[in-house]
Design a protein around this ligand. Sequence first.
Ligand code: DGL
Length: 260
Amino acid sequence: MTKPIGIFDSGIGGLTVAREIITTLPNEDVIYFGDTARVPYGSKSKETITRFSKEIVEFLLEKGVKLIVVACNTASSNALSELKSVYKNIPFVGVINPGVKKALSVANRVIGIIGTKATIGSAIYSTALGDKYRVIQKACPLLVPIVEEGLVEKSFTEEIVEFYLYSLKRERVDTLILGCTHYPMLKSVIQNVMGSEVKLVDSAVEVARFVRILLNKKDIKNDSRTPKYNFYFSDITGNQNTLVERFLGRKVELSKITLD
Ligand code: DGL
């Protein structure tokens, strides 16, 4: 099937998911939409996140996508169930369940989750994880701007990560879900702070695996030898090209589009 995969996020963070999908499924066309004009979603209400997400889904449907990946933890936790019930004819893949599945398969005793305020506030991860393990959650709102400002390597970043992860370490978390698109960019700092024995669950990797399985199951795989990639953003500002390249691991052309 030659239709593209649609991927969306509140901004550039979902490119960590797009990157894994492009690597795992190199014959698929991809249309990415990042809502950079309205980011962050992490501090917004469920109603607003759902309204924005619906507008983006309409845009992707117009582009003729065959599947939509909600590559944003905040949108997956606050809007995905509504999207699934409104748009019944298109399969959706969110970032929550693949991460939960992986965590349940590797955890020993205590699972930690870190994410934006809206993701942690939705309690979606703890609900999906059930009660087999102890679950400790923590919202880490400063981590998104740190990544976007290119401050990952700074020494104060490790201190901030330590501050946020203190309670998770104290409770001896053995498996930690990186419940935000930006956190894979902080993986080595987080691993350092938590200790090498703690297993980090990178939702981006798990989502790409999940998408591959779904395409096979539904028999809607593409075998394009020269896949097409389109990257749309609702705003494009000064250093966005650099940021996109850092998240995606390659240079691409960016298109600006205003959603009506
Ligand atoms: N993409 C969001 C997430 O994964 C982080 C950025 C935001 O707050 O919009 O939760």
